[in-house]
Design a protein around this ligand. Structure first.
Ligand code: GLN
Ligand code: ZN
Length: 760
């Protein structure tokens, strides 16, 4: 009999070729029916379950699949439906998509990043009338589906009550305990039904246990799990944590549950230390996350074996589950189809399916003895050795350049106040300048052109001419709309990180390496495998062309070092900071090319800066210092005449506002439309004095906002921010929007600004 078992925490839902996105978008655009959608989704889901089974996973998660987002799934199944979407007539699936995407009458729910990842979840909303009810037992539905259709006894997965509530909004802190109590009977019901249906394990995801929790919060956790645990049930409860070490190891391993899932990859060794120091209860199962679920590198199997040996010194084999550190949602599906990659790089990579192979291999090693996997360990060692020694990874001139900056403080020569006056003179912008964040609609026509070019059907000249035509068209449109600061539109970019990855040395990119970012949207992060350098200017051609067509300023558009790092799959053989410094110097170089070509405003986007913030307070300061350093290293050499912009996407900036100040960017634009104004107060509190554009409408929703709506939102901001510092813009890039959504929205935005200006 097998003793140790293998599992995964979750599997990518998007399909090998993004079939998921295709089905969803076809449904939203009404080109397929609901029945078609359900059928396609089922096929995908079953395929992924069967695949995990074929790959040898013992405990296969079910219910991790989603039609949009698992937090929204959980909220809707418990009837946590925002008031503006409550209706007895609307079918539940429609309500579900409305909450996520907004509809004609109501704005979508807030969307924010899932811990320190680039996955976005929909924030559940509570209000006075929220009365949680069990609308549907999702995990049960999926459990039965797997059982009846595939004969798989799956491991139902469900977001735990503490995390669900912690991630929700619309209640006061003192209501946390009472609200949690209202959720408990619903969870009890779900578990009871799963037990009756014959489930063996259920995984309750509680990633908040990996953040800093107060004693009171830990108290709540204990209370809840005491109530959820039913001694009469056969069903075993696994509390799953990830992304960090648990904040209170002793309390968590003593919860009255049957298993605890710990991340042994992103814990900086703390989980293992705690395990050694405090031991592990003999009657509990440890689900050990030993394979990195967030990066694409193949495991050093020898090292993983060592880790497992250390764990086995404390936990007996029949109480051990081998699994990834977190859901495999955060990595692409398979390396198999990436046949264009250099073999030495390809050999070093592992996506979801290859990670599963590692997991089942390690499990076999435990169950059948190390000799049974000796060959594989050796082969892996050789492959990794070849990759490690590859000369393509090391560029002495890059490393020298980085060390030349050592000990120097990257700072601009002139203070913000001095620059501000100068910029006013140069650009002569009206009060409340209007602009956009950079990208303009990426229509089918544009995507097709790019694909033709990529497949060699179009020459470079033909493609360049096409892009220029688009730039010219949109410069005209922007002037017609009446925007003050223009953009070239980013038509040449497939993605704001991948585009730069393709131009910089040290990056490799995949064909199908997609990971879900929000809703149907995926990103294809490039892989940073070597030292980063700029071989030649990346953006000057398109930006200077755009600038040549207009008297209005056109912003040069770059992605910042922290974001490029964060939205890539980075190398792990050197520290993150070393990589971001290399990226910063490459960008510094690019910026000087833009300046030489007469570009006077340069936007360095750092949408991912906030998301990279470590979950534990103790690690935040160092992260922020290094992030600020990298941003300033990229931007510190600009002329005083140049206006530096930055852009960030996130809703909760409170705790990093001082760091934002230190970036010393002349203007920052921030995604805020979905946080419904909560952010403004943060900036007021911090007495932020630089230019600031708080998004006045939500670009993630297909809805065209009215002039009145945006006027209100500008006025609300002006109650706390000075008109001289306020910029008016949408809350993020417009590439995902159609032309017929974008043009009227921007027109309304300019009109709203006009009205406010007149009243000033
Ligand atoms: N400049 C980028 C764009 O407009 C910024 C995107 C982002 O913040 N994610 O698309
Ligand atoms: Zn953004």
């Amino acid at each position: 009999m097998k003793k140790t078992r293998s599992s995964t925490i979750g599997y990518p839902r998007i399909g090998e070729k993004r079939e998921w996105k295709e089905a969803l978008e076809a449904f939203w655009s009404k080109s397929i029916t609901e029945e078609d959608l359900l059928r396609k989704m089922e096929a995908l889901r079953l395929n992924d379950l069967q695949k995990q089974k074929n790959l040898g996973i013992d405990l296969i998660p079910v219910g991790d699949f989603s039609f949009y987002d698992h937090v929204l799934d959980t909220a809707v199944m418990f009837g946590l439906i925002p008031r503006r979407f409550r209706s007895d007539e609307t079918p539940l699936l429609q309500t579900y998509f409305d909450i996520a995407r907004g509809n004609k009458e109501a704005v979508a729910s807030e969307m924010t990043k899932w811990f320190n990842t680039n996955y976005h979840y929909i924030v559940p909303e509570f209000d006075q009338n929220t009365a949680p009810v069990l609308k549907e037992n999702r995990p049960l539905t999926y459990f039965l589906e797997a059982k009846n259709k595939l004969g798989i006894t799956g491991k139902p997965v469900l977001l735990g009550p503490v995390t669900l509530l912690k991630l929700s909004k619309g209640y006061k802190q003192e209501e946390f305990g009472p609200l949690l109590k209202t959720l408990v009977p619903l969870y009890q019901q779900v578990l009871k039904e799963l037990d009756e249906a014959g489930a063996e394990w259920v995984q309750l995801d509680e990633p908040v246990l990996s953040t800093d929790l107060t004693k009171t919060e830990i108290g709540h956790v204990k209370d809840v799990y005491e109530q959820l645990h039913s001694p009469a049930a056969n069903l075993k409860l696994l509390v799953q944590t990830y992304f960090e070490s648990v904040s209170d190891y002793e309390a968590i391993i003593s919860l009255p549950v049957d298993g605890i899932g710990l991340d042994f990859v992103h814990d900086d060794g703390a989980n293992l230390d705690a395990l050694k120091k405090y031991g592990f209860p003999a009657d509990k199962t440890l689900a050990a996350g030993v394979v990195n679920g967030r990066n694409v590198w193949g495991s050093d199997l020898e090292e993983k074996w060592g880790l497992l040996e250390a764990i086995r010194g404390i936990v007996s084999d029949n109480r051990l589950i081998v699994q990834p550190s977190c859901s495999l949602l955060h990595v692409p599906v398979t390396v198999k189809t990436e046949d264009h990659l250099e073999p030495e790089l390809k050999g070093a990579l592992a996506f979801a399916d290859q990670k599963i192979d590692e997991i089942t291999l390690l499990t076999k090693g435990i169950n059948e003895g190390r000799p049974s996997i000796e060959d594989e360990i050796k082969t892996r060692e050789e492959t990794l050795q070849i990759f490690r020694q590859s000369p393509s990874r090391t560029k002495p001139h890059v490393q020298n350049e980085v060390s030349e900056w050592e000990g120097k403080e990257p700072a601009r020569d002139f203070s913000f106040t001095a620059r501000q006056a100068l910029h006013q003179d140069i650009f002569k912008l009206p009060v409340l300048p209007t602009t956009t964040i950079g990208s303009l609609p990426q229509t089918t026509e544009i995507r097709q052109a790019r694909s033709r070019y990529r497949h060699g059907e179009w020459s470079t000249a033909a493609y360049d001419a096409f892009i220029q035509k688009k730039v010219a068209e949109w410069i005209e449109v922007q002037e017609w709309i009446g925007l003050d600061v223009l953009v070239h539109g980013e038509f040449e970019r497939n993605d704001m990180v991948e585009y730069f990855g393709e131009k910089l040395d040290g990056f490799a990119f995949t064909k199908y390496g997609w990971v879900q970012s929000y809703g149907s949207r995926s990103v294809k992060p490039p892989i940073i495998y070597g030292d980063v350098a700029l071989p030649e200017p990346m953006t000057t051609k398109d930006i200077t062309y755009a600038q040549s067509l207009t008297d209005k300023p056109v912003k040069g558009m770059l992605t910042g070092p922290v974001t490029i790092y964060k939205w890539s799959f980075p190398r792990e053989d050197i520290r993150a900071f070393e990589v971001t410094k290399q990226l910063a110097l490459a960008l510094q170089n690019e910026i000087s090319h833009l300046e030489k070509n007469g570009i006077g405003m340069i936007q360095v986007d750092e949408p991912a800066l906030r998301e990279g913030l470590p979950l534990k307070d103790a690690k935040k300061q160092q992260y922020l210092q290094e992030a600020i350093y990298a941003f300033k290293l990229a931007t510190c050499t600009v002329k005083k005449e140049t206006q530096v912009h930055t852009h960030m996407c996130y809703s909760e900036f409170g705790e990093i506002i001082d760091s934002i100040k230190q970036l010393d960017a002349d203007v920052i634009s921030i995604e805020t439309a979905r946080s419904h104004g909560e952010l403004i107060a943060d900036f007021e509190k911090a007495s932020y004095d630089k230019g600031i554009g708080l998004g006045v409408y939500d670009i993630h929703s297909p809805r065209v906002p009215s002039t009145e709506e945006m006027e209100t939102s500008i006025r609300r901001a002006l109650q706390v921010l000075h008109p001289q510092q306020f910029w008016v813009n949408p809350d993020c890039g417009l590439k995902t929007r159609g032309i017929d959504e974008t043009v009227p929205s921007l027109k309304n935005m300019v009109e709203a600004t006009q009205r406010v200006r007149e009243a000033l």
